[in-house]
Design a protein around this ligand. Structure first.
Ligand SMILES: [Fe+2]
Ligand SMILES: [Fe+2]
Length: 160
C-alpha cells in the first residue's frame, strides 16, 4: 500500500489483518459448506434450495476475494494453508446433515452461519468506522449482503 494509504489507517495493522483473516476464513468455509450442501441434498424442495445455495456460495467466494485483496494491501498474507481456515475462523464450519433429505437442518445451519456473519460484520463496522475507512467499507458491503442472504433464507422458514 502507498504512503498516504497507510497514513490514513489509524487502527493497529496487525489487529485489522487478524480481523480480516477471521472473516476471510469464514467466507471460504461458508462457500464450501453451501457449495457441498447444494450437491448433497435430496427431496421435494431440494431443487429450490440448491439454486439459492449455489448463488450464495458464489457470493461468499467473492467476499473472500475482497477480503484477500485488503489483507494483501495492508501487507498481510491470506490463509496460505487451508488447514488453518477453521483455526482462524470466527463462525466456523457446519457439515451438511447426514440425511440429505433433512432440509430443515440445512436451512437452520445456513441461517446460523448468516446470523454469525451479520453479528461479526456489524461489530467490525463499528470498530473501524473512524480508524480504517477502507476496511470499514468492505465490512459494510459484506454486512449488507449477509443481511440479504438471511432474509432470503428466512422466507423458507415461513413457507408452509
Ligand atoms: Fe459472505
Ligand atoms: Fe452469506
Amino acid at each position: 500500500m502507498g504512503k498516504k494509504g497507510k497514513e490514513i489507517v489509524k487502527a493497529k495493522l496487525d489487529e485489522v489483518i487478524k480481523d480480516l483473516l477471521a472473516a476471510y476464513s469464514d467466507e471460504w468455509l461458508a462457500h464450501y459448506q453451501y457449495w457441498l450442501t447444494a450437491r448433497w441434498i435430496r427431496g421435494m424442495d431440494a431443487d429450490t434450495l440448491k439454486g439459492v445455495l449455489e448463488k450464495q456460495s458464489a457470493d461468499e467466494l467473492v467476499h473472500a476475494g475482497k477480503l484477500a485483496e485488503r489483507i494483501i494491501q495492508l501487507g498481510g498474507q491470506p490463509v496460505m494453508n487451508p488447514n488453518q481456515l477453521i483455526e482462524k475462523a470466527g463462525c466456523g464450519y457446519k457439515e451438511p446433515p447426514k440425511d440429505p433429505a433433512d432440509l430443515k437442518t440445512v436451512i437452520q445451519d445456513v441461517l446460523n452461519a448468516e446470523a454469525c456473519a451479520i453479528e461479526y460484520y456489524s461489530k467490525m463496522c463499528e470498530k473501524y468506522r473512524t480508524t480504517d475507512l477502507v476496511t470499514h467499507e468492505i465490512f459494510e458491503d459484506l454486512l449488507k449482503d449477509e443481511v440479504d442472504d438471511e432474509e432470503e433464507w428466512e422466507k423458507f422458514l415461513t413457507k408452509p
